[in-house]
Design a protein around this ligand. Structure first.
Ligand code: NAG
Ligand code: NAG
Ligand code: NAG
Ligand code: NAG
Ligand code: NAG
Ligand code: NAG
Ligand code: NAG
Ligand code: NAG
Ligand code: NAG
Ligand code: NAG
Length: 587
């Protein structure tokens, strides 16, 4: 059969591409496929939710990367890896250099006696602080890193929403005296390196322009929202998201990838200062005008205590506080620092309270009391914790059920373990024949839940008419806010965990879908031989899924699971593992 040759060839091409990437990523979680699968499932359940309600993990580019590695083009490799493994929010400090009237990333200006080699990393001093900066590390090169990431993940399987938060600072002429050089301001006016940056914000972010959701897009979508008579969950977010779209509209209908906003403007007023122009405002949101946002600090005790109140609100089954949060069209972030750095528990608590945590401390207690400072160790530690939908203990380590899929030991006895139930710590994979309570979601208000405390059913009975009361149906939490509303309800009613939620990958391995046991994997449609080359993406799971789907489509459309063909693939993959001594998941 000729297809066999073609598919064989593609498998090896695919493995080659993904494994050359695995090596580049070294001990990053990108190599551990369960996280990719878990992240995609979480993205997919959140499609109906307004983008203002999404919660994910972020970093500050300076605190997490540049202050440690230098403001250098090689540090952009670290940033690219961070994006590839799942960092979704990046907080960036931009500096307006009043001497050159250009935007730069380095917090210090280059003096005239600096080296003229734009590729040399030089120590520059400003306001008594030393920084390692490279002339070629411009704001544009940072933006190009984002473009590289977007281009390599522009497939239905991998797209996601990225947020860029900008803080504007000045390198002010009036600060020369504080820089403690005896020299005058003149030495900063003509640095020997040319092209240190662009002179407007608009030019700075021009590389990502094509992928940007702009304030002008917002006006377009807001006019299309009409009055609807029949209400449903998607209407709830259509109604409450203000002028912002739902995730599905954002990424899969309008093909946007990123939203950029100035969240803090520390520009000094002076005759050399920068004025945000009308052109800038066409592309970039401003927190003072059209981007309602809360950027809390982990040191702010009032944020912490109001989150505690929300987490412990398990006495009443009142969902009002969650509805309030869902109805706010506000982007919410929390940034830590060296005094109050996140722990697994606080990071997860803030996520459940609806904040996206942004890592900024220089070190964390990551394994017990051992202080680990490397950026990859930090991301490896917090990424599983940031997936609010899942129990992090089920994603990594020996007990990971998701992990089982690709290993030799996942024989047919695991096949029934493809349905997701909610434990106290998040989603876990359970045997679909097990009997638990159903989490029944209100069809109009997604923050109202009902669970029948007597009736326990198998997941496979989801189509049973009596499974949920009228107006409710077996549901999945679509945001961390919805998850907390469900958790609190379960606690208030003293319902035993686990509880079935509507999520399974019965039809296609690793393709988690909602809609009961017969729901099909939506990515089947997108795969055809012609499109395959364009779809090959730098992720092993994606490769496997695509090829698996391709095979399904060609040969086994009817009954995908019980075929020898799947074992054939597994065997092929395992042979490959053996030859290359490649372990699917680093410990
Ligand atoms: C530039 O000159 C200042 C003094 O004016 C000196 O402190 C600094 O080391 C010089 N930098 C280089 C790269 O020579
Ligand atoms: C500036 O230099 C003087 C001595 O040269 C030193 O005593 C002072 O601490 C320095 N100030 C800063 C902010 O570095
Ligand atoms: C922005 O700066 C880069 C070099 O840093 C340059 O190539 C590009 O042309 C500039 N863009 C504009 C619009 O000036
Ligand atoms: C929600 O709004 C978007 C556009 O704003 C529209 O495409 C979609 O059909 C709406 N969904 C419902 C259920 O009304
Ligand atoms: C910025 O705007 C202010 C008034 O709005 C003006 O006085 C100032 O000269 C402007 N600065 C620049 C650099 O254009
Ligand atoms: C703490 O957070 C609250 C709510 O976000 C805010 O109103 C308050 O100003 C913050 N306090 C400080 C000191 O930043
Ligand atoms: C929860 O609300 C229902 C009505 O919606 C009420 O009958 C029940 O007693 C409440 N339970 C608690 C613990 O407040
Ligand atoms: C990150 O931490 C550093 C030092 O702790 C602090 O100076 C900086 O302002 C923080 N960044 C943000 C965005 O809060
Ligand atoms: C935090 O979570 C990670 C997994 O996300 C785990 O490896 C680590 O041991 C946890 N740290 C602590 C102190 O429990
Ligand atoms: C499969 O499981 C057995 C015992 O459960 C273990 O000894 C063996 O090493 C496992 N094989 C692989 C490839 O993980």
């Amino acid at each position: 059969m000729r297809y066999d040759y073609l598919i064989n060839f593609l498998v090896y091409l695919c493995l080659f591409i993904s494994c050359s990437l695995c090596q580049a990523l070294d001990n990053w979680p990108a190599a551990s496929n369960p996280l990719d699968v878990a992240m995609r499932a979480q993205r997919d359940v959140a499609k109906s939710v307004s983008i203002t309600q999404l919660t994910n993990l972020g970093i500050t580019s300076s605190g997490s990367i540049f202050e440690k590695e230098g403001y250098t083009t090689s540090a952009l490799g670290t940033l690219l890896t961070a994006l590839a493994v799942g960092i979704r929010t990046v907080y960036i400090d931009l500096y307006w250099n009043e001497f050159t009237r250009e935007w730069q990333l380095c917090p210090a200006p280059f003096p005239s006696n600096a080296s003229s080699n734009s590729l040399s990393v030089q120590e520059v001093t400003w306001k008594g602080r030393k920084h390692n900066c490279e002339g070629a590390m411009t704001v544009q090169s940072l933006m190009t890193t984002f473009v590289n990431y977007f281009e390599s993940t522009n497939t239905n399987l991998e797209v996601n929403l990225m947020t860029m938060l900008l803080r504007l600072n000045s390198i002010s002429v009036s600060d020369v005296s504080m820089s403690n050089t005896s020299a005058s301001a003149n030495i900063y006016k003509n640095p020997p390196i040319k092209n240190l940056g662009n002179s407007t914000l608009d030019e700075c972010i021009s590389p990502i322009s094509k992928y940007l959701y702009k304030p002008t897009n917002m006006q377009e979508s807001s006019t299309s929202g009409g009055v609807s008579t029949k209400t449903s969950v998607s209407d709830f977010y259509n109604r409450t998201s203000g002028d912002f779209p739902t995730l599905d509209t954002f990424m899969l209908q309008d093909y946007n990838r990123i939203i950029a906003s100035v969240v803090e403007n520390n520009l000094k007023e002076s005759k050399n200062s920068y004025n945000i122009s009308a052109n800038d405002k066409k592309k970039i949101f401003l927190s003072s005008e059209n981007f309602d946002s809360e950027i809390a600090s982990s040191s702010n005790s009032s944020v912490l205590s109001s989150c505690q109140v929300l987490l412990e609100d398990t006495k009443s089954n009142n969902s009002d506080s969650f509805i309030d949060i869902a109805e706010e069209t506000r982007f919410r972030y929390i940034i830590d620092n060296d005094q109050n750095s996140f722990t697994n528990e606080t990071l997860r608590d803030f996520l459940r309270c609806g904040y996206s945590p942004i890592l900024n401390a220089s070190s964390y207690v990551t394994h017990g009391d051992k202080r680990t400072g490397t950026f990859s160790a930090i991301v490896n530690n917090f990424l599983p914790q940031s997936l609010w939908l899942w129990n992090p203990n089920d994603l990594t380590g020996e007990n990971s059920v998701l992990l089982g899929y690709l290993s030799e030991n996942s024989t047919d006895k695991h096949i029934a373990f493809r349905c997701v139930a909610l434990s106290q710590d998040g989603g876990i994979i359970k045997n679909c024949y097990d009997k638990y309570h159903y989490a029944c979601k209100n069809e109009e208000i997604p923050l109202n839940w009902k669970v029948d405390d007597k009736n326990q059913l198998a997941y496979l009975d989801a189509t049973d008419e009596d499974a949920c009361p009228k107006g409710y149906s077996l549901g999945t939490p679509s945001s961390s806010n919805e998850l907390l509303s469900l958790m609190n309800y379960l606690h208030s009613e003293n319902i035993d965990f686990p509880v079935w939620i509507d999520l399974n990958d019965i039809t296609v391995n690793d393709c988690f879908v909602t809609g009961g046991p017969y729901a099909t994997c939506p990515y089947q449609k997108t795969v055809s031989t012609g499109k395959l080359v364009g779809l090959i993406a730098p992720s092993f799971v994606v490769c496997v899924v695509i090829l698996f789907l391709l095979v399904l489509e060609k040969f086994f459309r009817v009954n995908p699971i019980q075929t020898n063909r799947k074992r054939y693939w597994r065997k092929r993959i395992n042979e490959y593992y053996k030859v290359h001594n490649y372990e699917g998941v680093p410990s």
